[in-house]
Design a protein. Sequence first.
Length: 623
Amino acid sequence: MIIGVLAILKAGGAYVPLDPAYSSERLRDILVDAAPTIVVADKCGQKALGVGSLISLCVVDPNIINVDSTLKSDSVQQGISVSNPDVPELTSHHLAYIIYTSGSTGKPKGVMVEHEGVGNLIMTRPDLFGTGSSSRVLQFFSYVFDGCVLDIFMTLCLGGSLYLLSDGIRSDPAQLWDYLQRRSITQATLPPAILQDCKDLQPLTTPLTLIVAGEALPLSLLRTLQALVPMGKIVNDYGPTEATVGAIAWRCPQEFDGDIVTIGRPIANKKIYILDNHDQPVPLGAIGELYIGGVGVARGYLNRPDLTAKAFFPDPFAGDQDARMYKTGDLARYLPDGNIIFLGRNDHQVKIRGFRIELGEIESRLSDHSMVDKAAVIAMGEGSDKRLVAYVVAKPDDQLVRTLRSHLLSFLPDYMVPSAIVRLDALPLTSNGKLDRKALPAPDSAAFARQEYEEPQGEIETTIAHIWAELLHLDRVSRNDNFFALGGHSLLAVQVIERLRRVGLAFPIRALFKTPTLSVLARSLGQLHEQEVSHNLITQDTAVITPDMLPLINLTQLDIELVVGNVPGGVSNVQDIYSLSPLQEGILFHHLLATKGDPYLLITSKGFATRELLDRYLDAAQQ
């Protein structure tokens, strides 16, 4: 993927990243809107896009077509460098990429970003983050989100090392934190949602610049992160896709103990305005809407002049008739020291688990279904408990929730599918005829895609049901219920795994994704924990230890004799033989490596002037 992106940019083109996990309908919408010249996709990607979507397009499979030899042949004839072609007509105002975000009309909208904005990031951000040729930078965000842009281009341009994550590690905070430690990562950009359940993690022993981005950083989380990154630094980063990744940043002071988390000040070559309803700057400390100007303001939305006109405006404060600014829809205010506080959204766009979502897009898809007359979607809860709840005006139907969930999943990513769908006879309205969102009822048990209730059976099922009910805020859970159909998601899945671990039921997170039905999951857990370690086969009367007596390790007879030969007293002093754990292997390695003393033994000597002082010390030490 990275090679393909670099090749496109070097050739003077613009790239449009697509995620095979998106629904085929959403992928088709993007393909039709972007009308790409070439589609680079392997067999998996082509299957996700659908044969019908690719008929009129030039499709390149990098795993089959020898693109390199084809380009070399053409390039040699034309006298063009293969690895670094000269594109003299390319300027900083040409497109670099188009990233699609959620759209209020039911269709995703493509944000057109130019080279100038990306170049500004690469030139200015290293000073803030401390990035250089020796940096080890983690790429957490998927290619379809602009959060990856800075990680990729800044790291590679500076000669640093870029570390790519598997989906399994990306969704598990414990594994992610362990990865940061093991790989000695020096810089990582992470959303607050993935860090919410990090209280049980151990502090890193390596210096890390932790950049928190994607949504608001709560003060409580900042306090936790300060303890977890004692040798590094924390940066709170703010910036929508329309402003090329980042626009404002705040580096948390090492000894910060304040009670306000700010998003900081504009980064180099960015201009920030906080304006009132008349597009005039608000007084210091007053709340207004945040606008972004300067270098990196996107060109607009592809093929959507109407939406572009509503979000992008001439910048009247820049003194340049060509300058433009972007209306973020975010509320903010200045502190006396010039830092800015983010105060939330000014419209119905929300962020959940780091994903920016237009509620109107979900409402539009719901309204498309024949069972729905009207629809409204809200975000309910705070922090990691925030979830989408849909309200629909529809006739009573036992299959309504399941049908609508299935309908939405065929068009939208799973993070945009509401966890609950509430049926109403009519949507509540205010006196002026607008939707009264405050009057919408909390979802009850009928709002979830639940199976007919059947009481959990056995201790394991009962334990799982209790944990699910608590985390999902449900009164009860059936043994036939599906975790994700009840509103569960990847972050809650991590909490499920952790709570089961605390009661002695440890298993990998992928097991929950593979078997999300309660009874099936419990059965898998039961089988896992029924596997008992064999009884010790070495008895007091054993004269010779043979391989069949050692079920926990694979040794030959010669290996066994070498081990026993190093034990004083021989076989009679051997109770069992088993392999070292990774931790024990590490301890043994350092023990053998040490030429003096032992790294795991701290030996101290104390001297006393008299026997009386020694006895007093020993008495105190024994108490």
